[in-house]
Design a protein around this ligand. Structure first.
Ligand SMILES: [Mg+2]
Length: 391
C-alpha cells in the first residue's frame, strides 16, 4: 500500500469506527503481607481497568477512572461516538452536568487511555506516534517500594530492602516517610548510608506535615542528597509549597491526586514545584499531552505517578516517549517515571507482556500498535469484584 492509499484507508477507518460498549472492571486482591505509609496500612490492592469495545472489532484498554456515574446516566456521551473524538469526549465528561455552571475538570483517565489504545490499533501505530515527537525509545524508571512493614526495626528492614532493589538494577529508589520527624531522619540516614552516594534516593511523605514541621525536617534532610521530596504537605497548601520551595535545598515534587485543570492552574503556571507527578489514572493521555507542553514551557520536570497495573505502565511509557528534554544535556536531567514494585497480585498478571528492567536498567517503549500491552480478559475476570457495563 502506498502512502496515499494508506491515508485514504486510515481516513475511512477513523471516520467509520463507533464505540459500542464500555466495560469497567473493578479489581481487588488481598496481599500476603500488609504494608503502610504515612496515611494508612493496607492488606489489599485495588485497580480499575476500562475496556472500550467498537463495531470494527478493536478493543482498547485503559487503567484508571472512567466517570462511570456520568456515563451510566448519560450513555450518549460515549456510545455511538468515534474513539477519534477522544478529546471532545474528555471535555464532554467534565463532572458537573448543569449547563449553567462552569464544569469541573475531567477525571476519566482510564476511559481516555482506552480510546487512545483504540486509535493506535486502528491506525497500526504505537500511541506515542499519535501523541507527539519521539525523543527516546526506552526509559529508566525509578523504583517505588520501601513502605512500612511489620518489621521489628523499620530502619533495618528498609536498608535490607533498599539493597535488594539496588542489586536488581535500579539506580534510583523512593522510600516513604511522614511518620514523625525523628523517625524519618533516622530511616533516611540509615538507607542513604546503606545504598551509598551513587544511588539516587527520593522521599515521599504523602502530605503528612504542616509547613513549619516540613521546613524544619527538610533542613535536616538536606544533607542526605535527595533527588526530591514528594508531597511534604497537603496538596492544596499552595502558599506552603511556595514557602518550602524558597527555603529548602531539596527539589519539591507533587500533583499525583489532581486533575489536569488544577495541575495547570495551581502547579504549572505558578511553577509551584520542581517536579510534577501527574497520574494517568486521572488525567488520561489527553490531559498528559496538554500538560507535557505546559511543563516544558515552564521548565518543570515531569515524573509521572504510577500505582496500578501494567496497562497503566504501558500508557505512561507511550507518554514518556514524547516528553521533550528540558535541557540539551545528555544525562543531567534524565526522564523517568514511577515503577511500582510493591506486592500486587494482578499488576503483571492481567497482561501477556508485563514490563521488566533490561540489563541497562531501562524499559523499552512498546512499538506495537496501541499502548502496547496484550490484556488477558480471563485474568482480568479472575480479579474483578465488580463489572459495570455501559452499552
Ligand atoms: Mg506519592
Amino acid at each position: 500500500m502506498n502512502s496515499a492509499q494508506f491515508q485514504s484507508a486510515a481516513a475511512s477507518t477513523t471516520s467509520g469506527i463507533r464505540i459500542t460498549s464500555v466495560r469497567i472492571h473493578k479489581l481487588s486482591a488481598p496481599l500476603k503481607e500488609r504494608f503502610g505509609w504515612s496515611l494508612n496500612w493496607t492488606s489489599l490492592r485495588t485497580a480499575t481497568l476500562v475496556e472500550v469495545r467498537t463495531d470494527c472489532g478493536i478493543t482498547g484498554w485503559g487503567d484508571g477512572e472512567a466517570s462511570e456515574d456520568l456515563l451510566l446516566s448519560h450513555p450518549d456521551l460515549i456510545l455511538g461516538r468515534s474513539p477519534f473524538e477522544a478529546e471532545a469526549i474528555y471535555e464532554d465528561l467534565r463532572a458537573l452536568p448543569g449547563k449553567q455552571e462552569r464544569p469541573g475538570p475531567s477525571r476519566c483517565g482510564g476511559l481516555d487511555t482506552a480510546l487512545w489504545d483504540v486509535m493506535g490499533q486502528a491506525l497500526g501505530l504505537p500511541v506515542s506516534r499519535l501523541l507527539g515527537s519521539q525523543y527516546r525509545s526506552a526509559v529508566r524508571p525509578y523504583c517505588t517500594a520501601m513502605y512500612r512493614k511489620d518489621w521489628p526495626d523499620l530502619a533495618e528492614g528498609l536498608c535490607e530492602e533498599a539493597l535488594s532493589w539496588k542489586k536488581q538494577g535500579f539506580r534510583t529508589l523512593k522510600m516513604k516517610i511522614g511518620y514523625s520527624p525523628e523517625l524519618d531522619l533516622r530511616i533516611v540516614r540509615a538507607v542513604r548510608e546503606a545504598i551509598g552516594p551513587e544511588t539516587g534516593l527520593a522521599v515521599d511523605a504523602n502530605c503528612a506535615y504542616t509547613v513549619g514541621t516540613a521546613q524544619a525536617l527538610g533542613r535536616q534532610l538536606e544533607d542526605e542528597n535527595l533527588l526530591w521530596w514528594e508531597e511534604p504537605i497537603m496538596a492544596n497548601d499552595l502558599a506552603g509549597y511556595a514557602r518550602l520551595r524558597q527555603h529548602l535545598r531539596i527539589p519539591l515534587a507533587g500533583g499525583e491526586t489532581l486533575p489536569a485543570d488544577d495541575l495547570i492552574r495551581d502547579y504549572i503556571q505558578p511553577r509551584l514545584v520542581d517536579i510534577l507527578q501527574p497520574e494517568v489514572e486521572i488525567i488520561g493521555l489527553t490531559g498528559a499531552r496538554r500538560i507535557t507542553q505546559l511543563c516544558w514551557l515552564n521548565h518543570i520536570q515531569l515524573v509521572p505517578h504510577n500505582w496500578g497495573t501494567a496497562v497503566r505502565t504501558a500508557a505512561i511509557l507511550q507518554w514518556m516517549a514524547t516528553v521533550q528534554p528540558l535541557t540539551p544535556a545528555l544525562d543531567a536531567c534524565p526522564t523517568t517515571f514511577e515503577f511500582d514494585q510493591t506486592e500486587s497480585p494482578f499488576r503483571d498478571a492481567v497482561v501477556e507482556n508485563a514490563f521488566h528492567l533490561d540489563a541497562d536498567g531501562t524499559i523499552p517503549i512498546p512499538q506495537s500498535p496501541g499502548i502496547g500491552v496484550r490484556v488477558i480478559p480471563d485474568a482480568v475476570a479472575q480479579f474483578c469484584k465488580q463489572l459495570i457495563e455501559i452499552k
